[in-house]
Unconditional design. Sequence first.
Lengths: 192, 629
Amino acid sequence: MGNGSTRAEDTARMDAPLSSVDQERFTSCWTQAQPAVARYIASLVPGFQEAEDALQNVAVVLLRKFAVYDPQQPFIGWALGIARYEVLNHRRGFARNRLLFTPDLAEQASEVYQELLPELDERHRALRECLAGVGERTAQVLRLRYQEALEPKDIATRIGMTSGAIRVMLNRVRGSLLGCIERRLALRGDGA
Amino acid sequence: MTLPRDLIDIYLDDQLDEQQAELLRDWLRADREHMREFLRRTSLHHALRSELQAAGACDRFLEEESIPGAPARPRSVRRHAIRPLSRAWQWRALGAALAAGLLLAIGLPQLIARHRDDGAIIAAGQAQVEREGALVTLHAGQALRDGDAITAERSASVTLHFQDGTDIVVEAGAQLTLITHGGSAGAAGSSGTSGSGKRLRLGSGRITAEVAKQPADRPLIITTSVAQATVVGTAFTLASVGGRTRLDVVHGLVRLNRTTGGDALVGAGEYAEAAADLAPVARKRDPSEIHGVPLTVGGPQHNQLLGPDGRRFVMKGAAVTLSPASPRGDAPPAAGPDAAALACTRAFTERGGQLDAMRAMGINTVRIAIGGAVAADARNGYRTAAEGYGGFAGYVQRLVAYAASARTRGMQVIFCYGGDDAWSNDEHWPLYQRLLGAVIAGLPEDGGVSFELIDGPEIADQDWVRCCTRSIAFIRSRGYHGPLIVDLNHYGNWWFAPMVDEVARTDQQLVFSLHYAKWVGWEHTAQLLAHGADHAVILGSIVRDVNGDVGEAEALAAAGAVAELVMRGLAVGAIATGWNRIEADAHPHPHGNRMTEDEGALRLGPWGTGFRDRFSGILPDWLDVPPAR
């Protein structure tokens, strides 16, 4: 592994099976980086199924390329770079064939995302606390949307509301949760 | 460029078309900070997915495994053919295994521990908790442990909820220690194994409790420095101040023992006090003497709220009119601003004791009528409408202070203003904006406040809708984004559609209150609500005895109709008001009154203008209640 190798050498390394030590190292790196990579891909690909498929592809590519990974560089940066490439490269495979991010925006997103990582972790922790205060009905819709990955129209059918009402409800909930997260972060900031 | 929330929401629903995508790209390119904000929002989307997926995995695990304390359920055995996994599924399996491993290593033991030890949690508010020698801050949803010493913040109460349904409000600044929650055995009806019930120690301050029925051999016991209250199931307030303990019982029966001897059995409507030099004696509570504050008390209604799935809530509220003319039903003050200022000061500053008394009675919501009554009441001595609508120095500040005072006692606040006075009067509208704007500017930051626009029968539909619409727009323009309660009365028809559209335009959460049940055509109403269902939250309100001519049968039919709206997803709940007036009501109902004192209604004292029995509503937990600003 390392820099300075030729493309042919890299390809040969990639084709060779990983040693058990490298496999363990990869597992360790990937376990740490996976949540952040998943979140980054979810920002580029909003559909749950597509994002999860993309994540699987990225994991396969990372494993295959791990032999040429330079351990002097942060794994997360390397993984995000590959994730960005994979998402852009496979945009045509997405069901809706639409992708908000052009290459320049995806690159900018990757840079900003890495700056934001510590804050996003904090926000995720705050979200857990905020979710504890969500009312029963809202929780039901959140479960259907985010746990069962149902589209708003399917949720609407399930609970007898219009899809528009579900979308508005979800928008409000996300807005409320964002507000709650901000308040909690501000409180922690005050207490610091 | 402002934050394109709508576009981001559409993006998260994966419904962005190319034109919208281009707009969003332009916005993202315009400023690096835009990208940061975008990533914060899209990360929330993913975080929700990962949190709820993990929660789902845990729920399934807990259902499958036999967790001590969880009800036993038969386990079905399913057999599947074993097939090799595709590569993608191998990766999913690896991911799932990693996730499961992490859950098992980190999250699941905590989750199971919490499940087993789910005796009490913070249900609302936050508290400083002394735990094993360290001071920690606990928020809503976090579990309490035996031995925790809980101190409510100085300006806000904290509510504790026990697994058996018992709720205890620790008032601002009060200190309560959870000696033991009694374990799962403390739950009503359980056979129990722990051998002791809930044990609490009130260090100082006041608590209000609504206690679920406890096993007779394991009552809830609360000690103070001088006394001990033994509770089997009731609602009461216990206060410990300066070596003196006072117990006020709303319903049920509580025994108060003085540590140094002497006890009293205190029943509904009674109180007892204990101190080193005072043995407890049960005394009938006289509303006019509570806390030494002269009081005129209306009948606080315990409104039934029918929620989704037939869940019922009981709301306990009372309406107040904070008019300077209404301190205690005294003789009206002499005309003139000085006399009015004096009366106004008394009207507000002497209400703290009244709020305490209301809280002791279990009232959790105050509905404050603003504006119109002040300006319209000749006894207030205002010389001009401008004085009545906020030109009068101190009125708004006192109004806001009163609301804050109610909030510090853990009460919800509804500011209501009637359509038959100010906001539908074009001449007064500019003045009313001043009043309303000042009130909004002074709202407490913690939410718990909502606005209600009430109709008046003399207003023509179109005028009402026009004024209501401008009022909604004005309230929003001043930064209030909390729920609005808007009455739809028997005139309810498509004239209301523009108002619904205004709500849709501004995405305000709107709570429709359906009054005057008798005249509303339900199918017609369903159509109207369906029109607004994308944009509004509907809370049906049924009044039994509007103008004395809606009887029990009509009200029950209306309740059924609203329940149907709930089931059809067109409404989120229904309030039934006016069910529970008692015989002593100043306006006895020809069909009789339903609620007895045993059920929690209070016998009326003389009505004052300052405290009236009417509609009230606390927004239930399944309604999203964003903060006031």
